[in-house]
Design a binder for this molecule. Structure first.
Ligand SMILES: *Cc1c(COP(=O)(O)O)cnc(C)c1O
Length: 451
């Protein structure tokens, strides 16, 4: 096997001048692998000669692949505003810039500047949340799933939690209410039926082992037809009468009313707070439009108890999260809703979307078959799961490609579209103004060569 003898030695191979300036340890690792594969290929008669230049270029290619960041930006043309696969809510650049200031400098995260002694991490958002929601106290954890877990573990370990059968939610497979509950140590007491739960079901289920009445937002389904569920207002009343806790896992949770008449069956956090509930929790990065977090608001004595739970230390948020969240909440307080990208997209007028779609149409009309159409989309993130909102899309067709081929070509360029009625739709509810030019360039790139 003369070829085996001419396999390059790794020690020497890695000194090739093409590798100058690159990480020697990574180049060595890749070279060992590629030279190892070469040996296999020779032994199995898969190659007849060794070309060192090809080996070098393969190592460089692999180096490039490994060191390219995996997390990339993409253009969301699906129309789904709070898209769980695409990072949920966008964060305002200015909020992030403030967070950069905080994170790249020492700060008062846990320091009381007035007293000159240890302060409280959560204090930074309490005042804002008090002013915004009239809550007594608040705390923030890693995400809403951990908020649910922490609340159940704090108040319902080895005790019963009463939940309607119609609300035993599963979200994306990794969050199922019954399982979260058993992991937390709480005992689930299901009441009612899938389609109907009455106030008397709650009342009859309460006994000395009951710690809590819990309501869960039906985030990704709705039950239609012969149904009834109990308003949270009633649940709060029954809990008070029986001296137990009421808790509403609101899921997305929105501070202000939703447009397109969506609020009629989705009361806002401010509406719910009028009932003076014991505890509410909601996500930071769903419709609230901020960073990943789980926000818990409610009665002071209960929040105090949560703070004493050792688990809090494992679920706590860092300075970057707190800084961004504080800034978003401040935008609500100051009624600067335009500063919250998720709300801005949700409230953009149809006429504006139409103008943007026409702008793109003008740029690409000569390279593909396209048309501006009225369409409907979803908010996403579990808000009003079955209710669509109006939107505008540009349809894209091409005589040489099928829709699924176009979809794939767009996706290769990090542009994610949706297919409807055999057509590619670019939905302008989620396309940012500054992305129009980029989309035109992508379409030119993929279609101009075949025209
Ligand atoms: C989304 C959701 C959660 C989980 O929230 P995360 O912020 O994703 O952890 C929990 N409960 C409900 C009802 C939800 O909609």
């Amino acid at each position: 096997m003369i070829l085996l003898k001419s396999i390059p030695k790794v020690d020497k191979f890695i000194t090739h001048k093409a590798f100058e300036g690159l990480s020697t340890s990574l180049i060595t690792k890749i070279s060992k692998k590629i030279i190892g594969n070469l040996r296999e290929d020779i032994l199995n008669n898969r190659i007849q000669n060794i070309d060192e230049n090809i080996l070098v270029s393969n190592v460089l290619k692999e180096y490039e692949i490994i060191t390219t960041p995996s997390l990339q930006t993409l253009i969301n043309a699906t129309g789904i505003i709070v898209h769980t696969n695409f990072g949920r809510s966008l964060i305002n650049k200015k909020s992030l810039e403030k967070a950069i200031q905080i994170a790249t400098s020492y700060n008062n995260l846990e320091y009381d500047l007035n007293e000159g002694k240890r302060g409280e991490r959560y204090s930074h958002i309490v005042k804002t949340l008090q002013n915004l929601t009239d809550c007594e106290d608040a705390i923030v954890v890693n995400n809403n799933a951990s908020a649910v877990f922490l609340i159940l573990n704090t108040f319902a370990k080895n005790k019963e939690v009463i939940v309607s059968r119609g609300e035993l939610v599963e979200i994306g497979g990794s969050f199922r209410v019954p399982e979260v509950m058993s992991q937390s140590g709480a005992i689930l007491k299901e009441i009612g039926t899938t389609n109907k739960t009455h106030l008397r079901d709650y009342e009859n289920a309460i006994d000395e082992k009951t710690s809590m009445l819990m309501k869960v937002h039906k985030s990704n389904y709705s039950i239609e037809g012969f149904t009834s569920e109990v308003d949270f207002e009633e649940i709060v009343k029954v809990a008070k009468e029986n001296n137990i806790i009421d808790y509403y896992d609101m899921g997305s949770g929105h501070i202000i009313d939703l447009p397109f008449n969506l609020s009629s069956n989705e009361p806002s956090i401010l509406e719910i707070m009028k009932y003076k509930p014991s505890l509410l929790s909601f996500s930071g990065d769903k419709l609230l439009g901020s960073v990943q977090a789980g926000i818990i608001i409610g009665k002071k004595e209960l929040i105090e108890k949560i703070k004493k739970n050792q688990l809090l230390r494992m679920l706590r948020v860092d300075k970057i999260t707190l800084s961004i969240l504080e800034d978003t909440l401040n935008s609500y307080l100051k009624n600067e809703l335009d500063e919250i990208p998720t709300l801005k997209m949700l409230y953009t007028k149809i006429e504006t979307l139409e103008q943007r779609a026409s702008k793109l149409l003008e740029k690409v009309a000569n390279i593909c078959i396209c048309e501006v159409i009225k369409t409907q989309t979803l908010i996403g993130g579990g808000t009003t799961p079955n209710k669509k909102i109006p939107s505008i899309a540009l349809t894209i067709e091409h005589k040489k490609y099928k829709p699924n081929q176009i979809e794939k070509l767009l996706r290769k360029n990090n542009l994610i579209a949706r297919i409807e009625n055999e057509k590619i739709l670019l939905d302008f509810r989620t396309i940012q103004e500054n992305e129009i030019e980029k989309i035109a360039d992508i379409l030119k790139k993929i279609f101009e060569s075949v025209n």
